[in-house]
Write a protein that binds this ligand. Structure first.
Ligand code: NAI
Length: 302
C-alpha cells in the first residue's frame, strides 16, 4: 500500500498535537502557523497576561493574512480566524500540556541552563512517544537534550522571524536523534507549509553560520574605514540582490542578539578569525543601542 515511501517515512508518526513553550516573538508565530494548518496547539508561558498578549498578537497577524487571502470574502476570512483560534489553547502548566502532546517545541529565553531545566522536568511527565525540539539559534541541541533520557526523540526545529512569512525551517538532528524522529520533524515542517532543510548540530546550523560571519565582516570593513554603512547596505542590496543590507539586517535582528551569538561561538572556538569580536558592535551594545527595538542601533529609528 505504501510502495514508494521509504520505510522510515512510513514509520514516522504524524504530529497532531503540539505544545509550544514560550509565547514571545517566535513561539506565537509558530503557534499561529501550526494552528492555521490544522494542528491542535497549546501555547505555554509564565503568566496569563503574557499569553493573552500572545493570542492578541496572533489574532492581529491573522487579520493581516486574511486581508490578502480572503480579500473579496471577508466573512470566510472571519470564519478562518475563528477556526484557527479554536485550535489554540493557552496554559501556564507546561507539564500537563506535554502529557497530551506529540511534540513539545521550546521557544523560551536563549539560556542553556533554563532550557535544560525545562526539558529535564518535562521528560518525566511527557509520554514515551513525545518528541522534544528546541528553536534555539545558537545553543547546541545535544547540550539541551542532555538533561533528558530521550536523546533519540530530541531534535532542533529552527524557524525564522517573522514565522508566518519566512518559508524556511532548519531541521537539526544530533548524533543521537533517530531517523524516525528526524523524519517526523521534516514531515511536520512540511505540514506547516514550510520548506525544511536538514542540518547537523553545528554552530549556527546553515543560515546563521553563513549570515553572522558575513554581517561581522561588513562591520569590520566599515571599522577599517573601507566603506560607509549606507554604501555597504546599498552595495549588498543592489549588487548581491539581498533584500536588506548587513547593517539594516543587524538592526532588525538586534545587536544584542548578534553579540550574544558571536560571543558564544568565539568562547568555543577562540582562534577562529570569523568569530573575532568587533569593537563597534561591543560599544553599541554597551550603550544599549540594540537596533530597531530600542530606537537606535547602526541607524536611528522613530
Ligand atoms: P522572546 O523574548 O520574544 O520570547 C520568549 C518567551 O518565553 C517570553 O514570552 C517569556 O515569557 C517566555 N519564557 C521564558 N522562560 C520561560 C519558561 N521557563 N517557561 C515558559 N515560558 C518562558 O524571545 P524570541 O525572540 O521568541 O526567542 C525565543 C527562542 O527562539 C530563543 O531560543 C531564540 O534564540 C530563538 N530564535 C529567535 C529568533 C528571532 O529572530 N527572535 C529566530 C530563531 C530562533
Amino acid at each position: 500500500v505504501c510502495r514508494g515511501l521509504s520505510s522510515s517515512a512510513v514509520r514516522a508518526a504524524a504530529i497532531k498535537h503540539v505544545t509550544i513553550i514560550g509565547g514571545g516573538q517566535m513561539g506565537a508565530g509558530i503557534a499561529q502557523v501550526a494552528a492555521s494548518t490544522g494542528h491542535s496547539v497549546t501555547l505555554v508561558d509564565t503568566s496569563d497576561d503574557i499569553l493573552k498578549k500572545s493570542v492578541k498578537g496572533i489574532e492581529g497577524s491573522l487579520k493581516r493574512v486574511v486581508k490578502k487571502k480572503f480579500a473579496d470574502k471577508p466573512e470566510a476570512g472571519e470564519e478562518f480566524i475563528q477556526k484557527v483560534l479554536q485550535n489554540v489553547s493557552i496554559s501556564t502548566d507546561a507539564g500537563s500540556a506535554a502529557q497530551s502532546s506529540d511534540l513539545v517545541l521550546e521557544a523560551i529565553v536563549e539560556n542553556l541552563k533554563i532550557k535544560q531545566d525545562l526539558f529535564g522536568r518535562l521528560d518525566k511527565l511527557a509520554p514515551a512517544h513525545t518528541i522534544f525540539a528546541s528553536n534555539t539559534s545558537s545553543l547546541p541541541i545535544s547540550d539541551i537534550a542532555s538533561s533528558t533520557n530521550r536523546l533519540d526523540r530530541f531534535g532542533g526545529l529552527h524557524f525564522f522571524n517573522p514565522v508566518p512569512m519566512m518559508k524556511l525551517v532548519e531541521v537539526i538532528g544530533t548524533s543521537a536523534t533517530s531517523q524516525e524522529t528526524f523524519d517526523s520533524l521534516l514531515n511536520f515542517s512540511k505540514a506547516l507549509g514550510k520548506t525544511p532543510v536538514s542540518c547537523k548540530d553545528t554552530p549556527g546550523f546553515i543560515v546563521n553560520r553563513l549570515l553572522v560571519p558575513y554581517i561581522l565582516e561588513a562591520i569590520r570593513l566599515h571599522e577599517r574605514g573601507h566603506g560607509s554603512k549606507e554604501d555597504i547596505d546599498i552595495a549588498m542590496k543592489l549588487g548581491a540582490g539581498y533584500p536588506m543590507g548587513p547593517f539594516e539586517l543587524s538592526d532588525y535582528v538586534g545587536l544584542d542578539t548578534m553579540k550574544f551569538i558571536m560571543d558564544g561561538w568565539s568562547e568555543k572556538d577562540p582562534d577562529n578569525p570569523l568569530f573575532a569580536p568587533s569593537e563597534m558592535l561591543n560599544k553599541l551594545v554597551a550603550e544599549g543601542k540594540y537596533g530597531k527595538k530600542t530606537g537606535e542601533g547602526f541607524y536611528k529609528y522613530k
